[in-house]
Write a protein that binds this ligand. Structure first.
Ligand SMILES: [Zn+2]
Length: 404
């Protein structure tokens, strides 16, 4: 899969049935079938021409509760329902139900929980999570895992990791038996000698200009490494998850309150074990400087609600650092939100206007702030990919080169 490698960092391309994903990639989070406040066409066209988001996330927990996965299936799957013809990844629902600490109960079978919307009782099992994700029809489906709480004693972290491994096997068994039921799966290709998973990933070292691999005909299931904040448990989890043989691997259970050096230590421990020719995805990170750092370490995919959530609170990420747009000092500031950003917001509006929208609680404030923040994150990853192909990440890592 690797096209270019600079040190540990890799630049590559993941092929899905809904188009390519250039990596390292940042994936905007589209919780309930929408990246909050941003219409799909703007997501596609973010930043420079034809360089928009190639993949976004959907949240299984939210879509299951509302509008319901069966409704989405009836509407032709999530791609069709939300009119998004590029790649989609769904999480397993595990992280959301674990964060409902008061409303959930974890057993070997799965997690029972009560809806935050109406208090009704539900049960997520590995099989149920697969069934829902297949109905939604994401290109990349995540195994059902337990996000170990932090802090956790070693024995507790081990027990949780063991359960995640058992759930990974159950997820895979159900997924393999039912993946052709996804709304866009190509039944006609069943029995093809090439495994669909192998076609998710481009082959090593081939020239992208001449190589156009056949798109996969079913979704791909990624395994998730857990193990709390214990490097040896993380390594063991990685080894045993790899034994189950997934087409890609995620590192879960991070950004749960640990220090940043600890996050990096855990990622480094796992990356040593994960196969070099498969995508590696760190879930739920992070700040712009973090995603650059992790990409430099060899991470291919990341997602985080930070740029979208922070935007709705008036926090903008810029080449000059973070700015809080509601601050009075921007009341008469005629400059763009970020002088080095070429996004449609920075090209057109002033900080003074964005501040006015925000303090007046105008809905457009959330839209414009989110568009800029996502442009900043996606541009950052474009710069990282470019630096990897040039063979020098030192400038971008030291911050001497603009991230935009
Ligand atoms: Zn901008």
């Amino acid at each position: 899969m690797i096209q270019t490698q600079t040190g540990a960092a890799r630049q590559s391309r993941i092929h899905t049935a809904h188009g390519p994903v250039d990596t390292p990639a940042f994936m905007p989070v589209g919780t309930a079938g929408t990246v909050k406040a941003v219409p799909q066409d703007i997501l596609e066209n973010l930043g420079s021409e034809n360089l928009g988001a190639q993949i976004i996330l959907g949240n299984t927990y939210h879509l299951y509760l509302r509008p319901g996965h069966e409704l989405v299936r009836k509407m032709g799957g999530l791609h069709k329902f939300m009119s998004w013809n590029r790649a989609l990844l769904t999480d397993s629902g595990g992280f959301q139900v674990f964060s409902l600490s008061e409303l959930r109960k974890v057993k070997e079978e799965g997690v029972s929980f009560r809806s935050h919307l109406d208090g009704t009782s539900h049960l997520f099992t590995p099989e149920r999570s697969m069934e829902i994700q297949i109905a939604l029809g994401a290109d990349i489906v995540m195994a059902f895992d337990e996000c170990t709480e932090h802090p956790a004693e070693r024995e507790r972290a081990r027990a949780s990791m063991e359960m995640t491994l058992r759930w990974a096997k159950r997820s895979k068994d159900y997924f393999e038996a039912h993946k052709h039921e996804c709304p866009w799966a190509d039944w006609g290709n069943e029995g093809s000698p090439k495994s669909p998973e192998s076609r998710v990933i481009a082959e090593i070292g081939k020239n992208l200009r001449t190589l156009r691999p056949e798109p996969p005909t079913t979704p791909a299931l990624f395994g998730i490494v857990q193990g709390g904040m214990y490097a040896d448990l993380r390594r063991e989890s990685a080894e045993r998850t790899v034994e189950l043989d997934f087409p890609g691997y995620a590192i879960g259970g991070l950004s749960v309150g640990e220090s940043r050096p600890k996050t990096m230590e855990m990622i480094a421990a796992v990356l040593e074990i994960l196969p070099k020719d498969k995508p590696r995805y760190v879930m739920g990170v992070g700040y712009p400087e973090e995603i650059v750092q992790y990409a430099a370490m060899g991470v291919d995919m990341m997602d985080c609600v930070l740029p979208t959530r922070a935007a709705r609170h008036g926090l903008l990420f810029t080449s000059e650092g973070r700015i809080n747009i509601k601050n009075a000092r921007y009341a008469e500031d005629q400059g763009p939100p970020d002088p080095k950003c070429a996004c449609r917001v920075c090209n057109r509006y002033t900080r003074a206007y964005l501040r006015h929208l925000f303090v007046s609680a105008e809905p457009l404030a959330g839209v414009l702030n989110t568009v800029h923040n996502l442009a900043f994150y996606l541009d950052t990853m474009r710069s990282v990919r470019h630096a990897i192909t040039l063979g020098d990440l030192s400038g971008i890592l030291s911050g001497h080169v603009s991230l935009t």
